[in-house]
Design a protein around this ligand. Structure first.
Ligand SMILES: [Zn+2]
Ligand SMILES: [Zn+2]
Length: 386
């Protein structure tokens, strides 16, 4: 985590008193608290979470007189950079685990202990990552669902060789001497709720409580490996473009007592040459002949199930007329009702007529009273008035 201007993060001046710092912190923490963003979209949630962590961290430094003094003098609560060549070595802890520790501590404080992480979990436990997988479906697979759809993806799994320990064998696992195997170091932290006892992950063993002397050759000591896997999933009828389906526990493996991640399928649905989809409704364009449009007819319309349904074209149908056929659309997801079908009738004007055909049409046209062309009549009247 790069050092941000902590005063700026809390929206206060460098001269702010301890009380001012505390009240600014409370206001900001309330504004960006995860509870407030519980129903917000992912991006807003993430942003708020980041912001909340920054606020936590800024307050952590500015509320501690020693850290504040170091920060004011050196621009870092750790004081002057040590000349050990590792640069951020002493500071690395804040990036991942410690940051989220502070986060969940305060989270519990606000919500009375009902934070995201269960109390039986400790710092060594971590949920497996979710995997997002774009699943391409044909138009009809989306409409009718798909059974045992095979998908291939990679995920991180527990290493089978070492059983997740990361060690070559049992004798290469030693208890960490710094934390005596607990994985955590107790520290006291000042917060607006008083002095709180909290824990930080042991930097020696990374929270595992153990040191591995000889690493497992297959996972390089990580205890987890990237693996290609194949799953069969059943897709319900009626899924739409961009919709997601969560397959619980099929994401990356957890660490310790954490929960496995989920496999999140995001549907991308191919277009159909004839049918267009709008939610649960389906539409198509059907060409009709001039005489069908003039005289009327009953025509067969293809339906999604591969059969047909009859549609009455009334005499005098204009090109572009849309007819609705109820219940011939797409099944509602997990409901036993169906959308509608919309048929747009397009009058197909014939080209390249023979002389005889042209003459016959002219004859017919001359016998038509002008009033029979309703739209032409209306238009002519309209432009005369301009
Ligand atoms: Zn291994
Ligand atoms: Zn340790």
């Amino acid at each position: 985590m790069a050092n941000k201007d902590y005063y700026q993060v809390l929206g206060i001046s460098k001269q702010a008193s301890a009380d001012e710092i505390k009240s600014a912190y409370r206001q900001m923490a309330k504004k960006y608290h995860p509870d407030v963003f519980a129903t917000a979209d992912e991006a807003a949630k993430k942003n708020a979470e980041e912001k909340f962590k920054e606020i936590q961290h800024a307050y952590d430094v500015l509320s501690d007189p020693q850290k504040k003094a170091a920060y004011d003098q050196y621009g870092s609560e750790d004081g002057p950079t040590m000349g050990d060549g590792s640069g951020f070595g002493g500071f690395g802890g804040f990036g991942g685990f410690n940051g989220s520790d502070i986060f969940s501590d305060i989270f519990s404080a606000f919500t009375g202990g009902s934070g995201r992480s269960g109390s039986s979990r400790n710092n060594r436990d971590r949920d497996g990552d979710d995997i997002e997988y774009t699943l391409r479906l044909t138009f009809m697979e989306a409409v009718f669902g798909a059974k045992d759809k095979e998908i291939n993806f990679t995920r991180i799994e527990k290493c089978a060789t070492c059983g997740g320990t990361g060690a070559k064998d049992a004798s290469s696992i030693k208890v960490c001497s710094k934390c005596n195997g607990s994985g955590v170091i107790n520290i006291q932290q000042r917060t607006p709720f008083g002095v709180m006892q909290s824990q930080r992950i042991c930097d020696e063993c990374g929270g595992r409580g153990k040191i591995i002397t000889d690493k497992c050759k297959d996972c390089g000591g990580k205890g987890r490996v990237r693996k290609q896997c194949t799953k069969k999933v059943t897709i319900p009828a009626g899924v739409d473009n961009g919709q997601m389906l969560t397959v619980r526990g099929e994401g990356c493996s957890a660490v310790g007592k954490g929960a496995n991640g989920n496999l999140i399928l995001i549907f991308k649905i191919d277009e159909h040459p004839l049918f267009k989809r709008d939610g649960v409704n389906v539409s198509l364009e059907v060409p009709i002949t001039v005489s069908q449009a003039i005289l009327g007819d009953t025509i067969k319309i293809p339906t999604l199930d591969g059969k047909t349904t009859d549609l009455d074209v009334s005499a005098g149908t204009q090109s572009g007329t849309v007819k609705r056929i109820r219940g011939k659309g797409i099944k509602y997801l997990r409901k036993d009702i169906y959308g509608d079908m919309f048929v747009k009738l397009i009058v197909d004007i014939p080209k390249d007529l023979t002389l005889r055909q042209k003459a016959a049409l002219k004859d017919m046209n001359e016998t038509l009273a002008k009033a029979k062309y309703e739209q032409v009549e209306k238009y002519n009247k309209l432009i005369k008035g301009l």
